[in-house]
Ligand binder design. Sequence first.
Ligand code: VGL
Ligand code: ZN
Length: 204
Amino acid sequence: MTALILVDLQVDFMPTGMLPVREGDQVVPIANRLMPHYGIVVATQDWHPANHGSFAANHPWRKPGQVIELDGLPQVLWPIHCVQESWGAELVPELDQTGITKVFRKGTDPGIDSYSGFYDNGHRKSTGLAEWLREQGVDTVHVMGLAADYCVKYTVLDALREGFTTVLLEDATRGVKLAPGDIDAAVTEMRAAGAEIGTSAAVP
Ligand code: VGL
Ligand code: ZN
């Protein structure tokens, strides 16, 4: 069985949000078209407490884009985004949420970030996503959403580690692009790790 994973289709990642992803809004209609074609649709939701260590604002004299060490791991600093219960953390209103089977929240521990929908960045704690997918009989996942060079990439890499056949729906993702070339590099890394690079047009 194949599941669709919608990564972080949240207000703060839209072009008008706090951590804007260029053209991020363009993937939402693709998600709406695809959902009815899958038996299981999972959405991940970045869900940070206000004191989260990935927010530049929580580190005096630091600014977004800089890298610090957070509990032993390198951490890119971001603008405040996806704060629990805030508007920016909501799944985008244009997304047809009736098609979503289950939502998995991540990034809730202030001391560690969690780009992947499966594990935090140190692989210390699981969100329960892999176990849940296996319980549903899922062996293949198709991944789309935001952002290509962060949460989508790490979700794809963890899906592969967990043994799922994994397809990136490349036209249905957009990147933050802190540096030029970040998206191409991310796609190359996902392919090298064993992901199939596909397109939403090929979904029946
Ligand atoms: C993301 C940076 C920080 C993402 C989440 O969804 O790609 N990026 N938090
Ligand atoms: Zn985040």
